[in-house]
Write a protein that binds this ligand. Structure first.
Ligand SMILES: [Zn+2]
Length: 284
């Protein structure tokens, strides 16, 4: 398996310059587990100080919980750990002054697959920014629903090669066919464009954990039902179809992407945890 991965990476990465963002430790598998921070036995006692990659402010990061990835809120913008991980990698790609909020350079088309959260809030007024939500199978991609663009990532309304950056933060696990979505993202990205994303990822698993499947329009559960919080539908939550493993990187390479992963540890940016994985899929 590791030999296969090496060959895939060697072939797909050739000619695509993707420098590693600062603080990124490895691209090897299995991913190195960072040491737990001081005070991790009681995460509520962890207080970090530094610069927030989302809002750019000198900030305090506190109110961590056992779920380090989804907690540790910025005193400036309210961002939590996972959002800062995305923002750090996005900053490495689009630049901008460290002390200012994330901003999209003129001429760049950035599509965020969510319309809430700290990253959305700082980018929402930028020219070149577009966002969406998924409201249900009864809507067509590109339609406006409740004042927001609806997109099914598995069948998007964007034109071929029309976007420079696609952002998705824990989105791809919530659809029956995530690789159809990845193929769609490949289609809409310009050459040299990239999908920067996070997903639930088992850092030791060679294969994806498929938890549900769609058979003749019916959901078939292959494992215990698992739901995540959903800002669009807070009472019901949203089903987790897949927890990804190394297989994801192989599938991305098969689609034609040059896939990379970074494992961040940046306490001075409020990013801690054994694994803080951000993935990038570049369209060569
Ligand atoms: Zn902030």
């Amino acid at each position: 398996m590791n030999q296969l991965i090496s060959r895939v990476f060697a072939r797909k990465s050739a000619g695509v310059a993707t420098p590693r963002p600062s603080g990124a430790s490895v691209t090897a598998f299995p991913f190195f587990a960072h040491p737990v921070p001081d005070g991790a036995a009681d995460p509520a006692t962890i207080v970090l100080n530094g610069t927030c990659p989302v809002c750019g402010q000198q900030a305090r990061f506190d109110r961590f919980t056992d779920n380090l990835r989804e907690s540790g809120f910025c005193s400036g913008c309210g961002s939590f750990n996972r959002q800062r991980q995305m923002a750090h990698v996005l900053r490495a790609r689009i630049g901008g002054p460290a002390g200012a909020p994330l901003a999209i350079p003129p001429g760049l088309a950035v599509y965020n697959t969510e319309s809430t959260g700290a990253v959305h809030r700082v980018l929402s007024t930028n020219p070149g920014y577009v966002c969406s939500e998924y409201f249900g199978a009864e809507y067509r991609s590109g339609e406006t629903v409740r004042g927001c663009r609806h997109e099914d990532l598995q069948n998007m309304s964007f034109a071929d090669q029309s976007l420079d950056i696609v952002l998705s933060s824990d989105v791809l696990e919530h659809m029956p066919d995530p690789y159809r979505a990845h193929r769609e993202i490949f289609r809409v990205l310009r050459r040299g464009g990239r999908h920067i994303f996070t997903v639930p990822f088992d850092s030791a698993a060679p294969l994806d954990d498929r938890r549900a499947d769609l058979v003749n329009g019916e959901v078939v559960y292959l494992a215990e039902k698992l739901y995540h919080g959903d800002p669009v539908n807070p009472e019901a939550g949203i089903l987790v179809w897949t927890i990804f493993g190394l297989e994801m990187l192989v599938e991305l390479a098969r689609i034609g992407f040059a896939p990379t992963a970074v494992n961040l540890l940046l306490p001075w940016h409020g990013v801690i945890g054994a694994h803080s994985l951000v993935f990038e899929a570049v369209r060569p």
